[in-house]
Design a protein around this ligand. Structure first.
Ligand code: SF4
Length: 694
């Protein structure tokens, strides 16, 4: 029997709408949902490799309970009842001894996140973490400091832009299909791209203007751009006068940051900085300074992100076609969103988060996501209290948090580690119990509330039955919950029932998704009135260059720029990034993707390599304060001499993920666990490394 099912990809967190063809219970083909603008049949390579995830024999096939030491890889197969009873008993003991708050749960943000949050609220723990802080914690804080909205509540109108500036946002390799297609359409229509990165990426090769910036100096560049834009009055005067608070403070602050000053710091000629400021202002307000992901990751990241958002605001490119906008929810058109389990009434939690987010010690990061890089310190120091159990739900702290040796030390102190995962991730390998999750093609999932210019809802629909003895994450958490006395917070017996529960008040039913895979609340894009109708959520109702969020917490809105140090002699600044073939740390063992990219290599500048006697393809040893490892060298002119680049996500230690095992080097082994103490992002690019021929 042949079927066509509309669903959502989950080979990465973007969740592209897809159409899946199956025959006799086997998935044959996946393509982008043709009914969704920007998808129109296309997928990225990882999305296309979803089939090989489904049929991969190296994924976790049954529940497993550890029998040897942690990390040794000795397992016994268990039935679901046995594994769930085991987890419940251990968890109950931890909760009785140390309190519910001694349990932490970390996950990759996903459609069932409201279920995990429910689990944590029900046991009385504030320690729910998502991976968001690792990607963009300071972006979130920066957006709230200027607009009162998180970055997740904001969007970018690529399709109508006339000029986009990307700071290390390697859009054509770290792919989101709709974003790429929409930007390509804009570029076909004449839109320009400026790309800034110490490394020549695929995106750099598509740009009209590429700057090989000195690593870590994006902020200096932005201050000089702002200096020129204000001095030459290139900004949108009416918009700034109406909406911006603190413009004159910014004007005074950037006075010393001239293009000539920035040339010394960044290596970009002053004349070119002036030229970009003049050129982009011609196209305002349909221009974008991209505020999200990558770029320089340093302890000053909050200010780097704020400077980008200030540039957008100066261009007036806020809530306008071709600029950035605030996402609209169903309420804008009189609709109701899908219900979330986490909105139920729970017992009040009186302890702070273990990462201290939301306390005077770490006031500004978003408590909805937490800062998981702080978890190892909280566990090791038992400060503010002992954390004794971790549920790692498709988030791998060992490969995602910098300084994996320290993370391992912290994990050793835990009484229980449970991994809910599809693959043998490194954290699964290190866990006490692995509860195998069904892939996205084998499960119906919670509703995706897709707010944007035109609010919609999407449904991930099961295409084929689970191939192995796996379950949906939302069912797994419910079944643990039932065993520890919180089952009443999970009022469903199947994913279909949960979806019905979510849709009950929306006016839509599951049947409405059958024709196209989604439902729309309205008919077209909604922009607020820029003259008088921006619904900003800052205390002043304005775009706060002078930020009450920062200043009320005791931080400066405009701290003086600290020069970015060059690496000491014979050292490099370690920088990391992505390519189109892998998602973070989760796809390196995928049969198709592994074949295309089995390991990472270290990009090293030709002159620097020659001085060290290193030739292309030589094996080299990279060492930092935190660890060392070997990898092959890629000797090239396409990287700044101060930088050494490796792809994120390699160097896996789980032996049953045999294709990826011990291939390449892990960046988390080398990076130091330091972070932006204001915004909340890890400072991934603060680590210096030495390099020598192996
Ligand atoms: S960007 Fe690629 S991997 Fe991510 S959801 Fe879309 S198709 Fe899937």
């Amino acid at each position: 029997m042949e079927q066509e099912v509309y669903s959502l990809c989950f080979m990465c967190s973007v969740r592209c709408p897809i159409k899946v063809q199956a025959k006799d219970g086997q998935v044959r083909w996946i393509e982008g949902n043709p009914h969704v603008a920007g998808m129109e049949g296309s997928l990225c390579p990882r999305g296309a490799a979803g089939i090989s995830l489904l049929y991969d024999q190296q994924r976790v096939q049954t529940p497993l309970i550890r029998v040897g030491n942690r990390g040794e890889g000795q397992w016994r197969k268990a039935t679901w009842d046995e594994a769930l009873d085991y987890v419940a008993e251990k968890l109950q003991k931890v909760i009785e001894t140390y309190g519910g708050h001694s349990v932490a749960l970390g996950e990759r943000t996903q459609l069932a996140t409201h279920v995990s949050k429910t689990f944590m609220k029900a046991i009385g723990s504030p320690n729910h973490f998502t991976h968001d802080a690792l990607c963009k914690g300071s972006v979130n804080t920066a957006c709230r400091s200027l607009f009162g909205y998180t970055d997740g509540q904001m969007g970018i109108d690529y399709k109508n832009t006339k000029h986009i500036v990307l700071y290390g946002r390697n859009l054509f390799e770290a792919i989101s299909v709709k974003e790429v297609n929409n930007l390509l359409k804009a570029m076909e229509g004449g839109a320009k791209m400026t790309y800034i990165d110490p490394r020549v990426t695929v995106t750099a090769t598509k740009a009209q203007r590429y700057w090989m910036v000195r690593p870590g100096t994006d902020l200096a560049l932005n201050y000089a751009l702002i200096h020129v834009i204000i001095k030459e009055r290139l900004y949108d005067v009416a918009f700034v006068n109406r909406w911006v608070l603190g413009f004159s403070d910014l004007q005074e602050f950037v006075e010393p940051y001239t293009p000539e000053w920035a040339e010394t710091e960044t290596g970009i000629p002053a004349g070119e900085i002036v030229a970009l400021a003049r050129e982009i202002s011609q196209d305002k307000p349909s221009v974008i300074f991209h505020y999200g992901y990558r770029g320089a990751h340093h302890v000053n990241e909050i200010h780097m992100r704020r400077s980008i958002l200030m540039l957008n605001s100066l261009m007036g490119s806020v809530e306008t076609k071709g600029g950035i906008f605030f996402k609209k929810g169903p309420g804008e058109v009189g609709g109701k969103p899908a219900a979330k389990l986490a909105s139920q009434q729970f017992p009040k939690i009186t302890v702070p988060r273990c990462d201290k987010v939301g306390t005077p010690d770490f006031p500004l990061p978003d408590p909805n996501h937490g800062t998981i890089q702080v978890l190892p310190f909280a566990i090791l120091n038992e400060d503010p209290y002992p954390v004794k159990a971790l549920i790692a739900y498709r988030l791998d702290p060992l490969m995602s948090i910098a300084q994996s040796a320290l993370t391992k030390q912290a994990l050793e102190k835990l009484d229980l580690i449970v991994a809910i995962d599809i693959n043998y991730s490194d954290i699964a390998w290190y866990a006490d119990v692995i509860l195998p999750e069904s892939t996205y093609l084998e499960r119906t999932d919670c509703i995706q509330q897709a707010n944007g210019l035109n609010p919609q809802m999407f449904l991930r629909k099961q295409v084929v039955p689970p191939r192995y003895d796996t379950r949906e994450g939302a069912m797994i958490l419910k079944q643990i919950g039932e065993r520890i006395g919180i089952g009443h917070f999970f009022p469903y017996n199947s994913m279909e029932e949960l979806v019905d529960w979510q849709l009950a008040d929306t006016g839509f039913s599951q049947a409405d998704f059958a024709a196209k895979g989604f439902v729309a609340y309205g008919k077209g894009p909604i922009f607020w009135d820029r003259a008088d109708g921006l619904k900003l959520k800052t205390p002043s109702g304005k775009i706060e260059f002078r930020s009450s969020l920062l200043e009320d917490a005791g931080f400066e809105s405009f701290p003086a720029y600290s020069p970015m140090p060059s690496p000491p002699e014979n050292q490099f600044r370690l920088i990391t990034g992505r390519l189109a073939l892998h998602t973070h740390v989760s796809t390196q063992n995928n049969p198709y993707l592994n074949e295309l990219c089995p390991e990472n290599v270290a990009w090293i500048n030709t002159q620097r390599a020659t001085a060290l006697g290193i030739k292309n393809n030589d094996e080299i040893e990279i060492a930092s304060k935190c660890g060392s490892g070997r990898v092959k060298a890629f000797v090239t002119d396409l990287i700044h001499p101060e930088a050494l680049f490796i792809l994120h996500g390699f160097g896996h230690e789980a032996k049953r993920a045999a294709r990826a095992y011990n291939r390449g080097i892990s960046d988390s082994l080398l990076q130091e666990n330091i972070y932006d103490k204001v915004g909340g992002s890890p400072a991934y690019h603060e680590t210096f490394v030495t390099v020598k021929a192996a």
